[in-house]
Write a protein that binds this ligand. Structure first.
Ligand code: HSE
Length: 428
């Protein structure tokens, strides 16, 4: 009997957590980790249980939640375990949501679950970037799935789009805003003049930031995400360590003031693209022009821009971090894993590695800040045509936009000038 009909027999099960001994037509799942995302996954299953059952074609119940901590008074108590072996050794558990974060013990737990025939769905960007191909191979060998929609772009269904909807295209570029925390910080600094440290703390309280927020603000989280998306888009592994990465820690209120004067926004962009058979990837803060679609992506929102050789341009936009958006993507993967029982789904991320080319030859404009007394020297080096201007916040300095230059040309000119206070790339 198809699952969509079978579920009808079990309509009566509409309680948050079930142990349901003796029920045959039912999928039991486990959640590893009851932190921000884990408690969100439990909430998604509690809130949308009936429709999840209908869409999965079978009742799906949370049988275990693994966490070292106790949660007195929380409904999770009924299904809480401190022992991973309870989950691993239970043949009824078919799908596991790994939402612990970090490599240890998530890597070992994931591997063991896959090897014992359980699909794993995860939000763990760090683990996917470090061990994705190996875990997908193990999943395939055991006819199960390793799904990681929530690892990139929070609730935005970008991985499914790449693996299922854009399979007829060569993808030439995938880029965008991939970190909610830094976008939230930059937006608050721009719109409300907020202080970096204070707004980072707020992002942590809102459940956007990583346990170690350095991963967000130094760009490492976006670095891993663009490596994952580029690997799927281009068909082979892009190692995240190879992606040139700069974070937002050096962005100050003076940069924001200059950006406002230029009528641009500062955004942490992550890009992977191919050109003439070569591959490039970068994560860095950019000045984004008003006419660009990423200009108005504010707060915790993410947006991912995809260019296909047949499709042309497409942009995916939505909640990029936070408990329920991320949990929604994990839960949807659980449903997908349930629906595909016995079959490993197609992934565009194939065997082999992509070597990234140096950024030296890439063309763009740059915004440069210099001490006011170096204005004449800047004209000598960058050309008489540059227009120097200043902002109230920094009366002792000047800023200017360069002509279009390669990265290498810019670096040569900047070191010939010396005294550059800071520079930002401009997204064109
Ligand atoms: N810390 C991440 C972010 C969480 O801010 O985007 C979602 O991956």
């Amino acid at each position: 009997m198809p699952r969509s009909l079978r579920w009808q027999k079990h309509k009566e099960f509409a309680v948050p957590f079930m142990t349901n001994e003796g029920e045959e037509e039912m999928i039991q799942i486990a959640i590893l980790g009851y932190g921000t995302v884990g408690s969100g996954v439990a909430e998604v299953f509690r809130t949308n249980q009936e429709l999840i059952d209908r869409r999965a074609g079978v009742p799906v119940r949370v049988k275990y939640v693994l966490d070292l901590r106790d949660f007195p008074g929380d409904p999770v108590e009924e299904v809480l375990t401190h022992d991973f072996q309870d989950i691993l050794q239970d043949p009824e558990v078919k799908v596991v949501a790994e939402v612990m974060g970090g490599l240890k013990p998530a890597y070992d737990f994931t591997k063991q679950c896959l090897e014992s025939g359980k699909s794993v769905c995860t939000s763990n960007t760090e683990l996917v970037a470090a061990h994705g191909p190996e875990l997908m191979r193990i999943a395939q060998e055991h006819h199960v799935n390793y799904l990681y929609e929530a690892s990139c772009g929070g609730g935005i269904p970008i991985i499914r789009a790449l693996n299922e909807a854009l399979t007829a295209d060569e993808i030439d570029e995938i880029s965008g805003i991939l970190n909610g925390t830094t976008n939230y910080i930059l937006t608050e600094m721009t719109e409300n003049g907020a202080d970096f440290e204070a707004v980072l703390k707020e992002a942590q309280e809102l459940g956007y930031a990583e346990r170690n927020p350095e991963a967000d603000i130094e760009g490492h989280d976006a670095q891993r995400k663009i490596a994952i998306l580029s690997s799927i888009a281009f068909g082979k592994t892009v190692h995240y360590e190879d992606v040139h990465t700069e974070g937002i820690t050096k962005i100050t209120p003076v940069d924001i003031a200059y950006a406002k004067k230029l009528k641009m926004q500062i955004r942490l962009l992550a890009s992977g693209y191919r050109s003439e058979g070569k591959y490039y990837a970068i994560v860095a803060p950019f000045l984004v022009e008003k006419k660009h679609p990423l200009y108005s992506v504010n707060g915790v929102f993410n947006a991912i821009f995809v260019k296909g050789n047949m499709l042309g341009d497409a942009m995916f936009y939505g909640s990029g971090a936070g408990k329920l958006p991320t949990a929604s993507a994990v839960a949807a993967d659980v449903i997908e894993a349930v629906k595909s029982e016995g079959k490993t789904l197609y992934s565009g991320w194939g065997e082999g590695k992509i070597g990234l080319s140096s950024l030296d030859t890439l063309n763009r404009r740059f915004f440069v800040r210099i001490p006011a007394d170096r204005a004449e020297a800047a004209k000598e080096v960058f050309g008489e045509q540059i227009r120097l201007f200043d902002v109230e916040e920094a009366p002792d300095e000047k800023g200017f936009l360069t002509e279009v230059l390669t990265e290498k040309e810019f670096e040569e000119k900047a070191s010939a000038l010396g005294d550059v206070i800071s520079r930002l790339r401009v997204n064109m």
